[in-house]
Design a protein around this ligand. Structure first.
Ligand code: PEP
Ligand code: MN
Length: 362
């Protein structure tokens, strides 16, 4: 922690120094022309920064140790040495016996309807995905998604079939072998959803529902954890720590667009692709991109998907519909679903560029 104090506030410098020592840390006091700076050495997590900021003359205080230690890429080891941790790979096994592994440079595709609306609709999509996976030889990179419990902006909208949808997803998994991911909305559902689903999703709206984060952390299921629409990276990673601290580090971060100055007339939100390399350099977790919810438009989804791929995302989550489905009949996120034939081209693009990867690093 670094604390910057007005040069004249000598009483504060002394009192803050005493406070730091009382917390078993060492205050390293540096006298500048305008400010006195106290650099705290030792474990500063016990020092309440808000309290420090109440002292007269304190201009700023900030932490330099990571607030998300459990998932951070670089940490301080036992003998005060910097340690660079290995990135984790999250493996999700299907009933077909294949592991879908989220790790560097071989993205996994999570595709399916926004909401499970019927058995036929979900089964047709999953069968279509199976055809694509077999044609392109990427069964071990394909997973199914589908919402059973839907968070909706408007209370009158379709909110999912609930447990009935879970029964449908279970059946479709049995028939296709694909593992599935579905969202959990309440602490009371967490255990049961985790018992049945292969991956559980925490949606954007629940990104800071700390009780829910801890509940999924207590299960050992991989968690697809979406960014809040106005979450800064540090806030998002700090919240992810709630899951990790329960002992579940199988966290798949998912960027799905953030609020910015876009008014919504040409897309739904603003995709932050630069967050991909930032997550890779700061954490041990894999990160995927959801071009469906970020763009909100089926004509933009393929382009965001391709961009995410060259950025090195570890996977993509895409809402898809069958080729002959009438969009008007879909109850949830109809505008952004890509047709299976378009999705196939997207996957083809990804597989194609893998044979001649380009690296722009110096
Ligand atoms: C979804 O994945 O269908 C969903 C509701 O996503 P988000 O939480 O990103 O809005
Ligand atoms: Mn959706």
């Amino acid at each position: 922690m670094i604390i910057e104090i007005e040069k004249e506030s000598t009483d504060t410098v002394r009192q803050v120094g005493d406070l730091v020592r009382s917390m078993h840390c060492r205050p390293d006091i540096l006298h500048g022309d305008l400010f006195t700076v106290i650099a705290v050495e030792g474990d500063a997590t016990r020092i309440d920064m808000d309290y420090v900021l109440t002292f007269p003359g304190v201009v700023r205080a900030w932490r330099i140790s990571s607030p998300y230690k459990t998932i951070a890429r670089r940490v301080i080891g036992d003998n005060n040495q910097k340690v660079e941790r290995k990135r984790i790979a999250i493996a999700v096994r299907g009933k077909d016996g294949l592991d879908r592994v989220f790790r560097d440079s071989r993205p996994v595709f999570i595709a399916g309807p926004c909401a499970v609306e019927s058995y036929d609709q979900t089964a047709r999509i999953a069968d279509g995905l199976a055809v694509i996976a077999d044609r392109l030889g990427c069964r071990d990179r394909m997973m199914l998604r589908g919402g059973a419990f839907k968070p909706r902006t408007r209370a009158w909208d379709f909110r999912g079939l609930g447990w009935e949808a879970m029964d449908i997803l279970d059946r479709v998994r049995d028939n296709t072998g694909f593992p599935y991911c579905t969202e959990v909305m309440a602490v009371s559902q967490a255990e049961e959803v985790a018992r049945r689903a292969d991956m559980i999703q925490i949606g954007t709206r629940n990104y800071q529902n700390f009780d829910l984060l801890e509940a999924v952390g207590q299960t050992r299921r991989p968690v697809l954890y979406k960014r809040g629409v106005s979450a800064e990276l540090e806030e998002w990673l700090s919240a992810a720590e709630y899951i990790a601290l329960q002992g579940n580090k199988n966290i798949l971060l998912c960027e799905r667009g953030v609020k910015s100055t876009v008014a919504g007339d040409y897309n739904r939100s603003h995709i932050d692709l630069d967050v991909i390399p930032a997550i890779h350099s700061r954490t041990i977790l894999p990160v995927i991109i959801d071009p469906s919810h970020s763009s909100g438009r089926s004509d933009l989804v393929p382009y965001q998907f391709c961009a995410a791929s060259v950025y090195g995302a570890n996977g993509m989550l895409v809402e898809v519909i069958a080729d002959d489905t009438d969009r008007k009949t879909i109850q949830c996120d109809a505008r952004q679903a890509v047709r299976l034939s378009v999705f196939e081209k997207m996957v083809r693009f990804q597989i194609g560029i893998e044979s001649s990867p380009i690296r722009f690093e110096e």
